[in-house]
Design a protein around this ligand. Structure first.
Ligand code: GDP
Length: 364
C-alpha cells in the first residue's frame, strides 16, 4: 500500500499531528503492523459520500477506507552526514511515497525550538538541505557508474550519463528533483534513483488555535517562500486537533468545532490532501451487508480495482456494473438507477473513476 511520511524538525508538532491523524484506534487495532511499529499509523479517510450511501442503503456495516502514515521523527541538521541517526531517518523517508512536511508556526515560549526561535522558512531549508545533500550523494554515485559504463560508448550508457549529469546539476543548483523537467527516458531513470526530493510534498503549517483560519505572520511568510513550488500549504493547529481527537462522541466533536468556527477537523483537510498527493481515488461497494469505500490508484482499470477486494475478483474478472455516485444519490437506490437505465456494464478496459459505485462479476 502507498504511504505518506510526516517529516519536520524536532518539536514542531509532528507526533501531535500524527496522533490526531491516527486517532481512530479501534480501527487501527485490526492491522497487525499498527501495534508492531508505533511510528506507522492507519488513517481513516473521511468521506461524506460514504455516509450518504450508508444513509440510503442502511447496511449492517459501514467501512471507510484507510491510508498509512509514518511518523519520521528526528530529522536534524547534519542528518545526511549521519548525525542523530540521520541515515536511518533518511532511509525511512526513502520508503514513503509522499511527504507531509510539518513546520512550526506557533510561538509558544515554553516549547523549545531546536534552533532558538520560530522561523518556518529557515526550518524548511534545513530539512531541504539534508534531503538535497543525500540526493546529491546518490546521484554522484550514479554519475560515476555511468561514466565507467559509458567508456564502451554504448548509446544507452551515454544517454544515462547525460541524464544523471543533468539531474546532478539541477540538485547542485539547490532545486528539488521533483521540479526537474525530463523526457520520458529521463523520468524513468529518475524514478529508479528513488531520490528523496523527487517525492510529492505538501506543507502543514502548525499554528496556534486563533490562526487556523487566517494564518499568522509566520505562516504568511512561509506561504510566500514556497509560492513557486507545486505544493499545497495547509494550516492546522496540531494541539487543537489532538484535543478534538480525544473527544469521545461525534456530537462533542461537532460542538467543539462549532465553538472554534470550523466546519470540520483540520486533519480532514490534511488527509484529503495526502490522498491526492498519493494519486489515490475511491470507489464504493454498496450492499445491505456492507457499504464500503476502497482505495485505488488513479488510472486503474476495473480488474485491477476489483483485485483490491480479492485477487479472485481480478483473476476471474468478467465485467463490472458501474453506477456514478451522483446518479445513485439523486435516484436513491440501485433499483431506481437500473430502472432509469443509468447502470453501465463495463469490461476489462474500463478505467475506474472517483466515486464509482461498483459491482464485480467474476468466474471462480
Ligand atoms: P515533534 O517533535 O515534532 O513530534 O513535536 P511534538 O508533537 O512532540 O510537539 C512538541 C511540543 O509542542 C509538545 O509539547 C506539544 O504539546 C507542543 N505542540 C504541538 N503542537 C502545538 C500547537 O499547535 N500549539 C502549541 N502551543 N503547542 C504545540
Amino acid at each position: 500500500a502507498l504511504k505518506a511520511g510526516i517529516v519536520g524538525l524536532p518539536n514542531v508538532g509532528k507526533s501531535t499531528l500524527f496522533n490526531a491523524l491516527t486517532s481512530a484506534k479501534a480501527l487501527a487495532a485490526n492491522y497487525p503492523f499498527a501495534t508492531k511499529d508505533p511510528n506507522v499509523g492507519i488513517i481513516t479517510v473521511p468521506d461524506p459520500r460514504l455516509d450518504k450511501l450508508a444513509e440510503l442503503v442502511n447496511p449492517q456495516k459501514v467501512q471507510p477506507t484507510t491510508i498509512e502514515i509514518v511518523d519520521i521523527a528526528g530529522l536534524i541538521k547534519g542528518a545526511s552526514q549521519g548525525e542523530g541517526l540521520g541515515n536511518q531517518f533518511l532511509a525511512n523517508i526513502r520508503e514513503v511515497d509522499a511527504i507531509v512536511h510539518v513546520v512550526r508556526c506557533f510561538d509558544e515560549g515554553n516549547v523549545v525550538h531546536v534552533d532558538g526561535n520560530v522561523d518556518p522558512v529557515r526550518d524548511k531549508e534545513t530539512i531541504d538541505t539534508e534531503l538535497l545533500l543525500k540526493d546529491i550523494e546518490t546521484v554522484e554515485k550514479q554519475v560515476d557508474r555511468f561514466k565507467r559504463q559509458a567508456k564502451s560508448n554504448n548509446k544507452e550508457d551515454l544517454r544515462n550519463l547525460e541524464i544523471s549529469q543533468k539531474i546532478l546539476a539541477h540538485l547542485e543548483d539547490e532545486k528539488p528533483a521533483r521540479a526537474i523537467e525530463l523526457d520520458e527516458a529521463g523520468q524513468a531513470l529518475l524514478k529508479e534513483m528513488f531520490l528523496l526530493t523527487a517525492k510529492p510534498i505538501l506543507y502543514v503549517c502548525n499554528v496556534e488555535e486563533d490562526a487556523v483560519n487566517d494564518g499568522n505572520e509566520h505562516s504568511e511568510r512561509f506561504k510566500a517562500a514556497v509560492a513557486g513550488e507545486p505544493a499545497e500549504v495547509i494550516l492546522v493547529s496540531a494541539a487543537i486537533e489532538a484535543d478534538i481527537a480525544e473527544l469521545e462522541t461525534k456530537e462533542e466533536r461537532l460542538e467543539f468545532l462549532n465553538d472554534m468556527g470550523l466546519d470540520e477537523p483540520g486533519v480532514n483537510r490534511v488527509i484529503r490532501a495526502t490522498y491526492k498527493l498519493l494519486n489515490l481515488i475511491t470507489y464504493f461497494t454498496a450492499g445491505v451487508k456492507e457499504v464500503r469505500a476502497w482505495t485505488i490508484q488513479d488510472g486503474w482499470k476495473a480488474p485491477q480495482a476489483a483485485g483490491v477486494i480479492h485477487t479472485d475478483f481480478e483473476k476471474g474478472f468478467i465485467r463490472a456494473e458501474v453506477i456514478k455516485y451522483n446518479d445513485y444519490v439523486s435516484l436513491g437506490s440501485e433499483q431506481a438507477v437500473k430502472e432509469a437505465g443509468k447502470m453501465a456494464v463495463e469490461g476489462k478496459e474500463y478505467v475506474v473513476t472517483d466515486g464509482d459505485v461498483m459491482h464485480f462479476r467474476f468466474n471462480v
